[in-house]
Design a binder for this molecule. Sequence first.
Ligand SMILES: [Ca+2]
Length: 231
Amino acid sequence: MSIKKSHFKGNGVAINATDCSVTISDSVLESNATPLSNGLVAINATCATANCAATLTVERSRIQSNGKALYVTNNATVLRNNLWLDNGDSGSSGAYNRVLEFRGKTAQVAYNTFVGNFNSCSYVGLLACDSGTCDAVGNITWGNFPGQSCNDQVIYNFQTMTYNLTEALQPGAGNRSGDPKFVNVTGRDYTPGPGSPALDNGSPTNAPADDFDGKPRPVGGAPDIGAIEAQ
Ligand SMILES: [Ca+2]
């Protein structure tokens, strides 16, 4: 199934796929699964068995203000060029809320930007690889856990992390920490601005050919870290 240029708002579960390959592109998912309670999530993908061939791809989409954003069981998953903003729940139901949760198979999280996501800071990670093999390349995480002090727990239990720009420095080639200097956070422009450590510091060999806006990548000799390539 292919879901393109769609807008899902205010649902308990927005997209629920069972033993079914799904590609979500150029879409908006907002204010789903909130207030959060058991079983609610914006995107839920499940394979009944570990060797199920179903896949999940999410690309060039904005996933914002959902109580829980993503829960995957056994699907081979690719998340590429997305904005994940302000998702989470800090109430009792969110105490151990992994905002993006991967269980089994493989997950590649590539060139996304994560800002303002949160849970109750219970040290369980916002992006959690519960099982399977998870890889994060070229992502920005910044300003997550607003007002809290667990920014080292944004990404949990990934096997490989390279060329990411995060609040707390992660082990792995090309990883950096620091302020991505977005052009206009208030105006929700997450383009890396002048002097940003995201500029031209993505992987020289592992980046999509476009960005969140569908514009070409790389510009300026090397890919930028995050969902948006400065043009
Ligand atoms: Ca660049």
